[in-house]
Design a protein around this ligand. Structure first.
Ligand code: GAP
Length: 484
C-alpha cells in the first residue's frame, strides 16, 4: 500500500467510479457513516465473508457458526454493560468547531487535527435506539457488536452441537454504532459488518493452546504495552520469541494474532503492512483483561484492523447474573459444571478487511495505462471475462456457449463491446484474474486464449479443459506459468 501512495479519499473515489461503494441514498445527499455497495463490491464482500467462514468455521472441527438477530431483548445489552458503558467522550474543537470522540485516557492529552484544544461536550452512548411494536417506550437497540448473541445463545449452541472445550462460536453480521465522527470512508461507519469468534476454554486451562505449534515460527511486528510506554519502535519476532520473552502473555492470544495475520497473507495481503499492538491499561474495554489489535498501515496511519481480546468469563457471568439462568456446561474430563472463559475474541470488520485487500491489490500500471487490481482470485468479483475477438456471429455464439457452460461454477462475465485492449483494461480494473478470448482458431481447433491479469501473459487451452483449469488456477493448485 505505502508504495502506491493512494489516499483513503482516492480509494473512495476509485470505488465510486468502479461502482463498488456509494454514499447511502446519494440522490438525497447521502447520510454520514452509511454506504451502499454495488454489484462487484457485493461479490468481493461475499468472497471475503465466505473465505473467512471456510477458514474459521468449515475447515475446523472446534468452531461452529450462528446467526443471531440484529434487535434482541434489551436486557442483553444491560447485562453486557453496553447500556451503561458503551460510551465515547464527545468533544468539540474550540477553534474549528469540528466534533470528535476521544478515549477517556486521551482527555486533555490530544488536540484537534487543526491544532485547536477540545472542549468536552459529554458522554455519548453509541447504541442506536428503536421502538419495538406499536407501544411507545418499548425501547430496544440495534446491536453494536455481534458477540453478545453468541453469549446469550452459548449454552443452547454448546449443548445442541455437543461441543467439547476448547471450542469457538463464530458469527458474521451487521453491527450499528452511532459514531460521533464517522471518517475515513469505510474505516469508521455507523453501519458495518463484523466477523467475530468467541473462543471458549476451560477456566483451569485458560493459558495453554493445543494448536500453538502451528504458529510458533510465524514472524510478526510486535508493539507491546511496554514498548509503547518506552516510545520504542515495534520489534519483529517469532511467536515463539514473543511467548518465551513474555511479550504476549497467553498462548491463545498469540495463536489467534498469528492465525489472523496468516489469514490475510493467505489471501494476498502484504505481510509487512501489519503489526500487532497491545492495548495499554487505560485503553482496555470494560470487559477485557488483555487485548491486542492486529493493525494495518492505512494511508492515514497504523490503525486497528481487528481486535483480539481476552474477555475471561465476564460476559457469561453477567448473563448468568441478569438472566438468572444456569449457563454453565458439563465438563466430561473433570465431571464438573463449569463456566468457560473466553481466551480470545478475534473481531474483524468486513469493511476494514475490504480496504486492506483493496489497498494491497491496487496498482497504477503506467505501462498498461490503467489500474490493475491484483486481488487474490478467490476474492475477485469476476473470475473470468469471456470475450469474442470481434463482433462476428460465429465467434459470439461460441463465446456465449462457453459462458453458458461455465457460469454455474464461477461468477464470470461476457463482454463483446469495445476493442480487446479496452475489455482487458476494464477487467484489470475490477480485478478479473483471467480473460478468455475466442478467435477464429477457436472455431477450428476448439481452443481459446487465456490471459493472466498480473503478467498479461497469454496461452492457449482446450475449451473442454477450461472449467477445470480455471478452478485449479483460482484454488492455486496450479500456476499460470504451468499452463503449456
Ligand atoms: N466484540 C468486540 C468488538 O466489537 P471492537 O474493537 O469494538 O470490538 C471489532 O470492534 C472490529 O469491528 C474492529 O476491529 C473493526 O474491524 C470493526 N469496527 C468497529 N467499529 C467499526 C466502525 N465504526 N466502522 C467500521 N468497522 C468497525
Amino acid at each position: 500500500m505505502a508504495d502506491n501512495k493512494l489516499s483513503i479519499e482516492d480509494m473512495a473515489i476509485f470505488c465510486k467510479k468502479k461502482g463498488l461503494v456509494f454514499p447511502s441514498g446519494e440522490i438525497y445527499g447521502g447520510l454520514t457513516g452509511f454506504f451502499d455497495f454495488g454489484p462487484n463490491c457485493v461479490e468481493i464482500n461475499n468472497n471475503i465473508k465466505m473465505e473467512w467462514w471456510k477458514f474459521h468455521v468449515q475447515e475446523r472441527e472446534d468452531i461452529v457458526g450462528i446467526d443471531g438477530s440484529i434487535i434482541t431483548n434489551p436486557l442483553v445489552w444491560k447485562a453486557s454493560g453496553h447500556v451503561e458503558n458503551f460510551n465515547d467522550v464527545h468533544v468539540k474543537c474550540k477553534k474549528c468547531k469540528k466534533p470528535n470522540k476521544v478515549d477517556k485516557s486521551e482527555i486533555g492529552k490530544v488536540k484537534c487535527e487543526c491544532g485547536g484544544e477540545y472542549e468536552i461536550i459529554g458522554d455519548l452512548n453509541l447504541m442506536f435506539k428503536t421502538n419495538v411494536g406499536p407501544v411507545e417506550g418499548s425501547t430496544a437497540y440495534l446491536r453494536p457488536e455481534t458477540a453478545q448473541l453468541i453469549f446469550a445463545n452459548f449454552k443452547l449452541v454448546a449443548e445442541s452441537s455437543r461441543l467439547k472445550l476448547p471450542f469457538g462460536i463464530a458469527q458474521i453480521g451487521k453491527a450499528f454504532r452511532n459514531e460521533i465522527s464517522p471518517r475515513d470512508f469505510l474505516f469508521r461507519c455507523r453501519e458495518f459488518e463484523q466477523m467475530e469468534i468467541e473462543y471458549f476454554v476451560h477456566p483451569d486451562n485458560a493459558k495453554k493452546c493445543p494448536f500453538i505449534k502451528e504458529v510458533l515460527k510465524h514472524e510478526i511486528n510486535v508493539l507491546s504495552e511496554e514498548t509503547q510506554k518506552k516510545n520504542q519502535n515495534p520489534k519483529k519476532m517469532t511467536i515463539e520469541q514473543a511467548l518465551k520473552n513474555r511479550v504476549i502473555n497467553t498462548e491463545w492470544l498469540a495463536y489467534w494474532l498469528a492465525t489472523e495475520h496468516k489469514w490475510f497473507i493467505s489471501l494476498g495481503a502484504n505481510p509487512d503492512n501489519f503489526r500487532i499492538r497491545q492495548h495499554i491499561k487505560e485503553e482496555l474495554a470494560h470487559y477485557s483483561s488483555d487485548c491486542w489489535d492486529l493493525e494495518y498501515n492505512f494511508p492515514f496511519g497504523w490503525k486497528e484492523l481487528e481486535g483480539i481480546a481476552d474477555r475471561s468469563d465476564f460476559d457469561l457471568q453477567q448473563h448468568i447474573k441478569h438472566s438468572k439462568k444456569d449457563l454453565s456446561i458439563f465438563d466430561q474430563d473433570t465431571n464438573k459444571k463449569i463456566v468457560p472463559h473466553v481466551s480470545a475474541e478475534p473481531s474483524l470488520g468486513v469493511g476494514r478487511a475490504f480496504l486492506v485487500f483493496m489497498f494491497d491489490a491496487y496498482n497504477d500500471d503506467k505501462q498498461r495505462g490503467n489500474i490493475v487490481l491484483k486481488l487474490d482470485p478467490k476474492l475477485s468479483p469476476v473470475k473470468a471475462g469471456i470475450f469474442p475477438l470481434m463482433g462476428k456471429p460465429e465467434l459470439e455464439n461460441l463465446a456465449k456457449e462457453i459462458h453458458e457452460s461455465i457460469k454455474k461454477y464461477f461468477n464470470i462475465s461476457y463482454d463483446r463491446s469495445g476493442s480487446i485492449g479496452r475489455r482487458y483494461a476494464r477487467a484489470d480494473e475490477i480485478g478479473t484474474p483471467f480473460c478468455i478470448t475466442v478467435d477464429f482458431d477457436s472455431l477450428k481447433d476448439k481452443t481459446v486464449t487465456i490471459r493472466d491479469r498480473n503478467t498479461t501473459k497469454q496461452t492457449r487451452v482446450k475449451i473442454a479443459e477450461l472449467k477445470d483449469i480455471l478452478r485449479k488456477l483460482i484454488d492455486k493448485e496450479i500456476e499460470f506459468k504451468d499452463l503449456k
